[in-house]
Ligand binder design. Structure first.
Ligand code: NCD
Length: 360
């Protein structure tokens, strides 16, 4: 649909100043009564919270297996409504949040593009978001711009109807709930070998613009003796802000373009896609960087316990015949997203204890 008018730009006093502050100072603004209220950055999660949420996700998963258990879960939040505002393409994050909401009984409404909302008439984004808050109790957003979810939460927290905001991906910047599901998957995959502590993890591909690897790197500060291997073509190397963060927290990392040399060393390989949507002048010929692909023949050189992850969607990074190997964990990882997101929503609405009580 054609735009009738340019989008209205509104000035919010104090926003620029707030946005420029370091995350450790800002994150208190996204808490209520000492609990996380809005989920904006991965740095908001500490070890206690991560362990707690993984445990809660396991319980939800178990309950959802039976008609009676699922029935109980669906009775937890039927009085709550959620809005999925996904104006950047999404399959997994959208579906897993939607199904997480349904599992807990929430009703869901959705906007999947600005072309069918009043933004076409020139309404500002902030007024659009404020409108959602009039109808729902939770906003989950995905947006092509860094800082979008943060501004949404910042604006709403100053209104008389602050509803929690969950960041389902903010441009090339952050994807905190993907990091949660990645942690949950790694902890499960390593449950027989002492969990995630002490492990070596390779992150491969477009580390510069991939928000999943950025958010996951932040979470590594919560685990003991982690070694990271950043494997990327020179143009897509991990950015300095993340490397600075790792240095500050004493987390060891190595950078290389030689994927094959680190394959036998690591306990997990986290593959990613080249993020072509952020290319400024895309040419018709898209380079696929085959030296950073995981091929069937590589299964022979990785460790017997090494897990292969990918946030998906994949393009050519993992050969499809790798899927049959039990170490290919990406389809399990995808499903983990639904359970950990249900756990997060249960926590936000404080029905987590009711779930745990089922097991006491
Ligand atoms: C990722 C994303 O959107 O950042 N996908 C996802 O949420 N599972 C990864 C990607 O698109 O490459």
């Amino acid at each position: 649909m054609e735009r009738y008018a340019e989008q209205t730009r509104q000035e919010f006093e104090g926003w620029e100043e707030f946005y420029s502050k370091p995350v450790d100072i800002k994150s208190d603004f996204f808490k209520q009564n000492d609990r996380i209220f809005d989920v904006i950055y991965a740095q908001q999660f500490d070890r206690e919270f991560l362990d707690y949420l993984c445990g809660l996700a396991d319980k939800i998963r178990l309950m959802a297996r039976t008609k009676m258990g699922l029935g109980k879960l669906k009775h937890l939040l039927p009085h709550k409504r959620a809005m999925l505002y996904f104006v950047q393409p999404s399959t997994r994050t959208f579906l897993s949040f939607m199904n997480a909401c349904h599992t807990l009984g929430l009703s869901v409404s959705e906007i999947r593009g600005t072309s069918t909302s009043s933004e076409v008439k020139g309404e500002s984004r902030e007024d659009t978001i404020r409108t959602f808050a009039s109808y729902v109790d939770l906003i989950i957003s995905r947006h092509p711009e860094a800082g979008f979810a943060e501004k949404t939460a910042w604006v709403l927290n100053q209104t008389e109807r602050p509803v929690p905001v969950l960041n389902g991906g903010s441009g090339p910047d952050q994807h905190p709930t993907q990091a949660l599901l990645d942690i949950y998957t790694l902890e499960r995959e390593f449950s027989n070998i002492g969990g995630l502590d002490g492990k070596k993890i390779a992150m491969v591909g477009d580390l510069r613009r991939g928000r999943t690897v950025r958010s996951l790197s932040y979470l590594m500060k919560n685990y003991k003796d982690i070694s990271l291997y950043f494997v990327a073509p020179d143009v897509f190397r991990m950015k300095e802000d993340i490397k600075g963060f790792l240095e500050k927290h004493g987390i060891s990392f190595h950078e290389t373009e030689d994927f094959k040399s680190i394959m036998p060393l690591v306990d997990a390989i986290y593959m990613t896609r080249i993020q072509n949507e952020y290319t400024e002048n895309p040419s018709s010929k898209v380079e696929t960087f085959p030296a950073f692909h995981f091929k069937t023949q590589h299964l022979g050189i990785i460790q017997p316990h090494c897990v292969i992850l990918h946030p998906l969607p994949r393009r050519y990074e993992i050969e499809v015949s790798v899927d049959k190997d039990p170490r290919a964990a990406y389809w399990r990882q995808e499903r983990c997203g639904m359970w950990i997101r249900a756990a997060l929503i249960a926590y936000i609405f404080r029905v987590d204890q009711e779930i745990l009580d089922e097991f006491s």
